[in-house]
Design a protein around this ligand. Structure first.
Ligand code: GAR
Length: 195
């Protein structure tokens, strides 16, 4: 069988990684069907991108729920309805809790703008600039219960441009777009396609 995995992309912001993954899938360069965008920020730009692409949007504000379990249960119900098999985090600025983790064992991946285990958590690029490192980078990894601690799938180094966080961020984004697509292509390689 050569069925494409059904994928939901989780994002909280601009969604440039969503766009690149979506475009690759539509162009036939990625063996996956992107069936939903899940966001905790109903007004994020990623929602506009998803709408323009005709992709279902699952948008819940955590503050409308009395607990994280309730919030994630609401998301999970939508994912199950759409028969989603993989979750791709692309700028989703929230820890995945056990409700979603337990439902997708070894089926959640994340991209992070540093060479993990350095600079986990928020503002990884700012953390790198503050530490004065010359090299930072991008990591794609499986998601576990920790903060950016899951098994690493791929990494790429990026040279810091001294005193220029904006340009450094642009470099990192460009590397992210390539590395995420490449890593997901490997993860979902159609069976029987050889190496
Ligand atoms: C990306 O740089 C991603 O690595 C980062 O958020 C950005 C989202 O950009 N994620 C994290 O920092 C997660 N800890 P995008 O919305 O343009 O794809």
């Amino acid at each position: 069988m050569n069925n494409k995995p059904k994928v939901a992309i989780f994002a909280s912001g601009s969604g440039s990684n969503f766009q690149v993954i979506m475009d690759a899938s539509r162009a036939g360069d990625l063996h996956a069907d992107i069936v939903a965008v899940v966001t905790d920020k109903p007004h994020a730009f990623v929602v506009d991108r998803a709408t323009a692409a005709g992709v279902s949007v699952v948008a819940f504000s955590p503050k409308d729920f009395s607990s994280k379990v309730d919030y994630e249960t609401a998301i999970l119900q939508e994912l199950q309805q759409l028969e989603v098999e993989w979750l791709v985090l692309a700028g989703y600025m929230r820890l995945i809790g056990e409700t979603i983790l337990d439902a997708f064992p070894h089926k959640i991946v994340n991209i992070h703008p540093s060479l993990l285990p350095s600079f986990p958590g928020k503002d990884a690029i700012g953390q790198a600039m503050e530490h004065g490192v010359k090299i930072t980078g991008v990591t794609v990894h499986y998601v576990d219960a920790g903060m950016d601690t899951g098994e690493i799938l791929s990494q790429q180094a990026v040279e810091v441009i001294n005193g220029d966080p904006k340009k450094t961020e642009q470099r990192i984004h460009a590397v992210e777009h390539e590395l995420y697509t490449k890593t997901l292509q490997q993860l979902w390689r159609p069976t029987g396609s050889g190496s």
